[in-house]
Design a protein around this ligand. Structure first.
Ligand SMILES: NC(=O)c1ccc[n+]([C@@H]2O[C@H](COP(=O)([O-])OP(=O)(O)OC[C@H]3O[C@@H](n4cnc5c(N)ncnc54)[C@H](O)[C@@H]3O)[C@@H](O)[C@H]2O)c1
Ligand SMILES: [Zn+2]
Ligand SMILES: [Zn+2]
Length: 384
């Protein structure tokens, strides 16, 4: 089959690999019909995630048709079109039982922090991902969800990560009616978080980035007030001034370890790798939220420490909430929102590219070229 093959930082290509098979009685094999590149893949592509091995296939956002099921699988049949949450979860452990599917204790038992994620380095379990024609799906009765027959496949593929992550960012923020919500990052996740903030009753939504075409999209899609941080002398001072000097009720970090905007963090976090990524957006979030406010973090950082202003967190009485999204827990609610027309995820898709052109797609998405917001890859296998 054709599959993405990681060759080292900034180098990906498509190669031939063996078609995966069921290795365990609870496995399924899925023929991929759509798969996305995510901002999380960019952390891998930029060489920021430890133990990202040459030869790995990335891809944690995919949908496809079930081709084979192991003998213990009860909920899926060959031919079902399924969307597969990015978390690999056992469904049985202490954490899965609480709905914390992103923190499963079994699927990545070598790690004490992160659960398993498709195609996300050996720190996240070492499972090959879905930027391929076929993918092995462990615990097949737990994660995959049959795609409702009336749902557009482009909406379905965004339910594997972007929609639940944006929604959970807003949910974790504990938004109260009328709250001012600031979202750092106008990538697909930040845009979705800003859109979902309204569902929780926000009174004002502000999005900060430095890519104008993304801000323009956010202005009408979310909708939100948008600001380019390059045109602000100091984003924290600006945000304080525009909130009666109190600060925002809620700040959401939808940027993570690739953040721009501070030469110091870029040097320490992304060039020298002395920090677990550049925490510039997180600094701004902590410093521009009001006393007693909430900072909700979905941006991804590496396992080592960051120079974050913890003294300000204590002195301001800030609540910090963070996690990998628990996709499976949120799916029923999000399918309802899409069916009711309250969420329209497919509007984020700007590029639909054959899997064979994956190197170009990574480059365009990483360098923010060509108006790219969300690229979707279509493997030759999608056509049956
Ligand atoms: N927690 C989860 O479950 C989960 C799931 C998916 C993605 N993520 C993470 O969410 C983050 C966003 O993902 P994405 O797909 O939208 O990525 P993306 O790379 O498309 O978007 C990130 C955006 O942040 C902007 N940015 C850079 N520095 C900034 C700063 N200092 N302030 C404000 N904006 C800044 C960039 O210009 C870009 O538009 C990534 O860190 C990704 O790993 C987390
Ligand atoms: Zn993702
Ligand atoms: Zn589990």
């Amino acid at each position: 089959m054709l599959a993405m093959n990681y060759r080292g930082p900034y180098r990906v290509r498509v190669d031939r690999k063996p078609v995966p098979v069921c290795e365990h009685v609870q496995d399924a094999v899925v023929r991929v019909t759509r798969t996305c590149i995510c901002g999380s893949d960019l952390h891998l592509y930029h060489g920021l995630v430890p133990d990202t091995r040459v030869g790995m296939t990335f891809g944690h956002e995919f949908i496809g048709v079930v081709e084979e099921v192991g003998p213990a699988v009860k909920n899926l049949s060959v031919g079902d079109h399924v969307l597969v949450p990015f978390n690999i979860a056992c469904g049985q452990c202490h954490f899965c039982k609480q709905g914390l599917f992103g923190n499963c204790h079994e699927s990545n038992s070598q790690a004490s922090a992160v659960g398993a994620i498709y195609g996300y380095s050996h720190t996240a379990g070492g499972y090959d991902g879905g930027q391929a024609e076929y993918v092995r799906v462990p615990y097949a009765d737990v994660g995959p969800c049959k795609i409702p027959s009336n749902m557009d496949l482009d909406d379905a593929v965004l339910l594997t990560d972007v929609v639940p992550t944006g929604y959970q960012a807003a949910e974790m923020a504990g938004i109260q009616p009328g709250d001012t919500v600031v979202v750092f990052g106008a990538g697909p996740v930040g845009i979705m978080a800003a859109r979902c903030a309204w569902l929780f009753g926000a009174g004002r939504v502000i999005v900060i980035d430095h890519i104008d075409y993304r801000l323009d999209f956010a202005r009408t899609y979310c909708p939100a007030e948008v600001y380019n941080f390059r045109s602000l002398e100091d984003p924290v001072v600006f945000l304080k001034k525009t909130t009666d000097s109190l600060g925002a009720d809620v700040c959401i970090d939808a940027v993570g370890g690739d953040a721009a905007g501070s030469a110091l963090h870029t040097l320490l976090g992304t060039k020298l790798k002395l920090e677990g990524g550049s925490a510039t957006a997180l600094h701004w979030a902590i410093n521009s939220v009001k006393k007693g406010g909430v900072v909700s973090i979905v941006g991804v950082y590496g396992p080592t420490g960051n120079l974050i202003p913890i003294g300000n967190v204590v002195n301001k009485g800030i609540t910090i909430r963070a996690n990998q999204a628990s996709v499976k827990r949120l799916l029923p609610r999000l399918i309802e929102h899409i069916e009711a027309g309250r969420l329209n995820p497919k509007a984020l898709i700007t590029h639909k590219v054959p899997l064979e052109e994956i190197a170009d797609a990574y480059h365009i998405f990483s360098a923010k070229l060509d108006g790219c917001i969300k690229p979707v890859l279509v493997p030759p296998s999608a056509h049956g």
